[in-house]
Structure formats: structure tokens, C-alpha cells
Design a protein around this ligand. Structure first.
Ligand SMILES: *Cc1c(COP(=O)(O)O)cnc(C)c1O
Length: 377
């Protein structure tokens, strides 16, 4: 059997939508379909403003640019993360300050507080696997120290923290529609905010620093350069694909949940035997089932299990290479091994399993059975 780590769930609806968009001739960005998607997402998650972007990375770049982050500023973020947030900070010649995560693999509010200095301007929290960070404490820190909160909600569309959707709690939230995410148009993202002043700047930054949006709305008869910006608008062809995906959000999450719960049940006995650690997902409904992972106790054992799974044709994988130990970070900063023990341990002991609607029950049974066999020895 050959089971890839990911399969996208684009179907006939998405194909038809892309075709119709192409035929319509209106394929630029900030177009009618893109705006429809923005309204749908805004209504779904309860965000006042939504701007589709070319990627989550670009939404993060916009966020830091709009908040006026500059040389000499520090932005706190977890080392256990994808590179996008760190890149966005470095581009502005500001400094990413890494901190450790807690056992939920999300940024640890206590570690944030220890890292705050006079130079700190913002915190970027990543909701790993679609699991919410401890937002109450993080928002408390923001208030106490007067800091901006940016949510990297790339993995988190559809997940909630208490009653609020992830991406709508901080000053700015960033979503991803990359092919590996729950909902995708290949490459794409979104910038969310509830603040009118931030939205106004985003509207201009996204359109190369111009007031093209106002022009499209018929508010002005020509558009021109107002501020610094770049080309961050999503083509309407991709927005058309995304529209179909957004219509299916509930359905896709439900399908993922069925598969996720099957893993939990199928691997539960291994946790009782102390062979693996399962994560504490909120299985009752506020979780989008973006990832399924489990952990073992040593790197050697993890690497062995991965190798055996690959031999059996199963596309299991690890996560993340800690940012503070990456070649670029080592060149630029003074971090060393041992600085963030929870991050380093997670990176050495975590295994992600295939989780997507197109995963067949037979395939999943094979995966679970294989893990049991590998761990028997
Ligand atoms: C996928 C991902 C990104 C990058 O998203 P793009 O849309 O590919 O730019 C950023 N942060 C996290 C946590 C991610 O998982």
C-alpha cells in the first residue's frame, strides 16, 4: 500500500468554479468572487474585516508592516513553528525573540513574560495543529505591557477558543490556504482584523500601497500611491476555488474528525501501555482536526518508527525543526541546543500521520495496524 501524507480534497465543484472564473474574464485580485469569500469567512468566524492574500506568510508580512514594526523592535514567538512569522520580522530588520512552548506545543505565556523587554512590540502566537494557545493569559500580557498580538492561525480556521474563532482574538489573525491545510486553493491566505484603523491600512498595503479598493468601490475615479505596500491580492481564479472550499468547511471538518477519532481510538491502548503519548485534543467540537500527531519518548525510537512506517508505504512525518537551531538563526543569533527543552524534545519525538477526507478507512486501518506491529517489538 502507498499512502501519501496529504491528499487535497478538491473536486468537481472546484474544477468547475476555476473554469467559470477563467471564462468570465475577471481573474484579477480583489474581484467579485474574492469579496464574496471574504464576506463568507467574516460571517463564519465573526471577524469584522477579512482580506484575502496570496499566502499566510504575506498576511504576516502585512501585519508587521502595518503595525509599524521596525529596526530595533523585538517580536516574541515560539521556536516550535514554521518560518513564516520569523521571516516577516527579519524583513523589517526587527528581531524575532524565540521562547519555548508548553506541553500542548503552543507558546507558553510564562515564557513570554520572561522574554518581554523595553524593545518588545508584539507577540506572534501560533495555534499549533489548530489547538488554541492560552489566549486569555496572552491577551492579559498584551494589555499589561501594551503589546500587539498577531495570531498565526495558518492551521486553525474553524477552531475556537471558548466561543471565539481563532484568528479573531488578537489584533490581527492570519490564515493559510496552502495545499497542506484543511481548506485550500493551492496557495493563498487571509488577513483578519476587527480594528477599523488596521483594516484601512491593510486595504491599501495589499493593493501595492494604493487606494485601488476605493476605486473598485466607485468611491474615487482614479487610484494612486498612498503608503508602502506590495502585491498581496489573491487572484479571483483561486478565490473561486476557495469559495467552494469555504462552502464545505463544516463537512470537511466533520470528515477529518471521524478520521481523527478513529486514530485516537485505534492507538489508545498503546498509550495505556506507556508506549506513546496522545495529544489532548478537544474532541467535543471546537477543534478543526488539522493534524493528528502522537509522541514517543526518544528520538532514536521516533526515527525507527518513521523509517518502518515509510518502508510500509505510509507517509508519516515529523514537525518542526526548531527555529532557534536552524542554520540561519545560528548565523544571526546566539541560541544554542538546550535553550528550549520542550521544543527540542517535541521536534525529536513527534510523529504526524496522514489525515484528510480522502483517506480511506482501509488505509487508516492499515496505518493503525502497522503502528501496533512496529511497537510490539
Ligand atoms: C502553513 C503555515 C504557514 C505558511 O502559510 P503559507 O500560506 O504557505 O504562507 C505559516 N505558519 C504556520 C504555522 C503554518 O502552518
Amino acid at each position: 500500500m502507498k499512502i501519501p501524507f496529504n491528499r487535497t480534497c478538491l473536486g468537481e465543484e472546484e474544477i468547475r468554479a476555476a473554469m467559470e472564473s477563467i471564462k468570465s474574464g475577471k481573474i484579477g485580485g480583489n474581484g467579485p468572487i474574492g469579496r464574496r469569500v471574504e464576506r463568507l469567512i467574516a460571517d463564519m468566524v465573526g471577524s469584522r474585516f477579512v482580506f484575502l492574500t496570496t499566502s499566510c506568510t504575506h498576511a504576516l508580512e502585512m501585519a508587521l508592516m502595518i503595525l509599524g514594526i521596525e529596526e530595533g523592535d523585538e517580536v516574541i514567538m515560539p521556536s516550535f513553528s514554521f518560518v513564516s512569522a520569523a521571516n516577516a520580522v527579519m524583513r523589517l530588520k526587527a528581531k524575532p525573540v524565540f521562547v519555548d512552548v508548553g506541553e500542548d506545543l503552543n507558546i507558553d505565556p510564562l515564557k513570554i513574560e520572561l522574554a518581554i523587554t523595553r524593545k518588545t512590540k508584539a507577540i506572534i502566537c501560533i495555534h499549533y495543529a489548530g489547538i488554541p494557545c492560552r489566549m486569555k493569559e496572552i491577551m492579559g500580557l498584551a494589555k499589561r505591557y501594551n503589546l500587539y498580538i498577531i495570531e498565526d492561525a495558518a492551521q486553525a480556521l474553524g477552531s475556537r477558543y471558548k466561543e471565539r474563532y481563532l484568528g479573531t482574538i488578537g489584533d490581527i489573525g492570519c490564515l493559510s490556504f496552502h495545499e497542506t491545510k484543511n481548506f485550500t486553493c493551492g496557495e493563498g491566505g487571509a488577513f483578519l482584523t476587527n480594528a477599523k484603523a488596521i483594516a484601512k491600512k491593510a486595504d491599501i498595503a495589499r493593493e501595492k500601497g494604493t487606494n485601488r479598493s476605493a476605486y473598485l468601490n466607485g468611491e474615487v475615479d482614479k487610484y494612486t500611491w498612498f503608503d508602502i505596500g506590495s502585491s498581496y491580492v489573491l487572484s479571483d481564479i483561486l478565490a473561486a476555488v476557495l469559495l467552494e472550499q469555504v462552502k464545505k468547511v463544516k463537512h470537511i471538518i466533520n470528515e477529518r474528525k471521524t478520521i481523527g477519532l478513529r486514530y485516537m481510538k485505534g492507538l489508545e491502548s498503546l498509550e495505556y501501555e506507556d508506549k506513546i503519548m496522545l495529544p489532548s485534543f478537544d474532541i467535543d467540537g471546537s477543534f478543526n482536526w488539522h493534524l493528528f500527531y502522537f509522541r514517543v519518548f526518544t528520538k532514536k525510537h521516533r526515527d525507527y518508527i518513521l523509517r518502518r512506517l515509510w518502508e510500509k508505504g505510509i507517509g508519516a512525518t515529523f514537525h518542526f525543526q526548531p527555529l532557534h537551531l536552524s542554520p540561519y538563526s545560528r548565523k544571526m543569533f546566539e541560541y544554542k541546543k538546550g535553550d528550549f527543552p520542550v521544543t527540542e524534545k517535541a521536534s525529536e519525538t513527534l510523529i504526524r500521520l496522514p489525515l484528510y477526507p480522502a483517506l480511506k478507512k482501509k488505509e487508516q486501518e492499515y496505518i493503525i495496524d502497522s503502528i501496533h506491529k512496529i511497537l510490539k517489538k
